[in-house]
Design a protein around this ligand. Structure first.
Ligand code: A3P
Length: 296
């Protein structure tokens, strides 16, 4: 509707060294003082790395059997609050999290690791980080910037490409984000670092790894149900998972569940952009222990 389309877009500004918009910093004090509980589970990602996919897997694993009504009545973004979101059209992520009736609480953030409220670390909460290869992440983020008025104006594809390489997009540099979280894993064992590509290649295997990290042992039958429920086509048509009820997104531009593929970057990058990207990537990503797959 016209309200969505006419909503003014926010501007990026430097926030403790990271480009942010006010919707994700307005509630900073409250968010920083968030009181985590030891059984909270934090799902952290750079935007568009598969947050919703993993959120939905976790929600099903924990509540799929005990509260099936949840699956048809509460959208995923209300089951798994977006901690730092503060927008007048929706209730703040922090308030939503504070009032979640279920245990464990599943909480989502896109913060770079240094922004995470300290209570999560103090309580030794389980943290799941999901990363996606930079090329697909960039393409997905471009389309998302086009369709979501909570984000700054992306410009055309080639200008967005340059902004992404320069880290001048909301939440800053992909390179810093995935590397910062990777380093955290070395000192914080309760962090499970997983990749979109692995999840796409073999969802069942990645669900097994998640269950072992979380200390869950679902029956084979229930696990099958979860794996099936979180397939792209099923999530795309699921009103409670596909964001179709969320304000400020223009589904005429594209849907939230857009393609769900590994390698869609090939339909966007020119040969020159790909070469430029690869050259720049080598300079920025020097840690040989952190590798991504651009295709599977
Ligand atoms: P595309 O834009 O490439 O399609 P996030 O949840 O972090 O915002 O990430 C959104 C991206 O994850 C979108 O990528 C979306 O289609 C994809 N995605 C969501 N659910 C998925 C699923 N079940 N299988 C594969 N991809 C999924």
């Amino acid at each position: 509707d016209s309200k969505k389309v006419n909503m003014p877009r926010p501007e990026l500004f430097d926030f403790h060294g990271v480009p942010m918009t006010h919707f994700f910093t307005d509630d900073w004090e409250n968010v920083q003082n968030f009181k985590a509980r030891p059984d909270d589970i934090l799902i952290a990602t750079y935007p568009k790395a598969g947050t919703t996919w993993v959120s939905y897997i976790l929600d099903l694993l924990y509540f799929g059997q005990t509260s099936p009504e949840r699956q048809t009545s509460i959208p995923i973004y209300e089951r798994v609050p977006y901690l730092e979101l503060n927008n007048p059209n929706v209730i703040s992520g922090k308030d939503l999290a504070d009032n979640l009736p279920t245990t464990p609480r599943l909480i989502k953030t896109h913060f770079p690791v240094q922004f995470v409220p300290k209570s999560f670390w103090e309580q030794n909460c389980r943290v799941i980080y999901v990363a996606r290869n930079a090329k697909d992440n960039m393409v997905s983020y471009f389309h998302f910037n086009c369709m979501t008025r909570l984000l700054p104006e992306p410009g055309d594809w080639s200008s967005f490409y340059q902004k992404f390489l320069d880290g001048k997009v909301l939440y800053g540099s992909w390179y810093d984000h995935v590397s910062g979280w990777w380093k955290k894993k070395m000192t914080y064992p309760n962090l499970h670092y997983m990749c979109y590509e692995d999840l796409s290649e073999d969802t069942g295997r990645e669900v097994d790894k998640l269950c072992s990290f979380l200390g869950l042992s679902p029956s084979a039958e229930f696990k099958e149900k979860v794996v099936n429920g979180v397939q792209f086509d099923n999530m795309k048509k699921n009103q409670m998972a596909n964001y179709s009820t969320f304000p400020a997104m223009d589904f005429n531009i594209c849907s939230f569940m857009r393609k769900g593929k590994v390698g869609d970057w090939k339909n966007h990058f020119t040969v020159a952009q790909n070469e430029g990207f690869d050259e720049d990537y080598k300079k920025k990503m020097k840690d040989p222990t952190l590798q991504f797959r651009n295709e599977i």
